[in-house]
Ligand binder design. Structure first.
Ligand code: 5GP
Ligand code: ZN
Length: 112
């Protein structure tokens, strides 16, 4: 499948990985919007948050646990933001489910 994040998961495209297990991979965003900007993805191709099925609920919970683990490792003790952009109006540009973990600066709210 011609999906950039599937290719990152399978190492066909290189990335700076900060976490990997059998189901999940996390890597630095190519165009960071904060001092820490990591993308956390399921290795399984799920198009967007709108396509999550009953079989995927464990992995979504695990992604949030991994986010907290990475945040601790990267010393984001003052807080951080986890973002999912879903679909065109949500600002999703890569059609493989991913969560942005951003930190190291004060975030603005509401976003965009
Ligand atoms: P979205 O806009 O879909 O929520 O986020 C997609 C993110 O993927 C963007 O922040 C963009 O910088 C990042 N991105 C797109 N292509 C690549 C790539 O090939 N490698 C990495 N590391 N990040 C990418
Ligand atoms: Zn994919």
């Amino acid at each position: 499948m011609d999906c950039v994040f599937c290719k990152i998961a399978s190492n066909e495209i290189s990335s700076k990985k900060v976490y990997e297990d059998g189901q999940i991979v996390a890597f630095n965003d190519l165009d960071p919007q904060a001092p820490v900007h990591v993308l956390i993805i399921p290795k399984k191709h799920i198009q967007s948050a709108d396509q999550i099925s009953d079989n995927d609920t464990n992995i979504i919970g695990k992604i949030f646990m991994v986010a907290s683990k990475i945040a601790k490792e990267l010393r984001l003790e003052n807080g951080y933001r986890i973002v999912n952009n879903c679909g065109e109006d949500g600002g999703q540009t890569v059609p493989h489910l991913h969560f942005h973990l951003m930190g190291g600066r004060k975030m603005n709210w509401p976003a965009g």
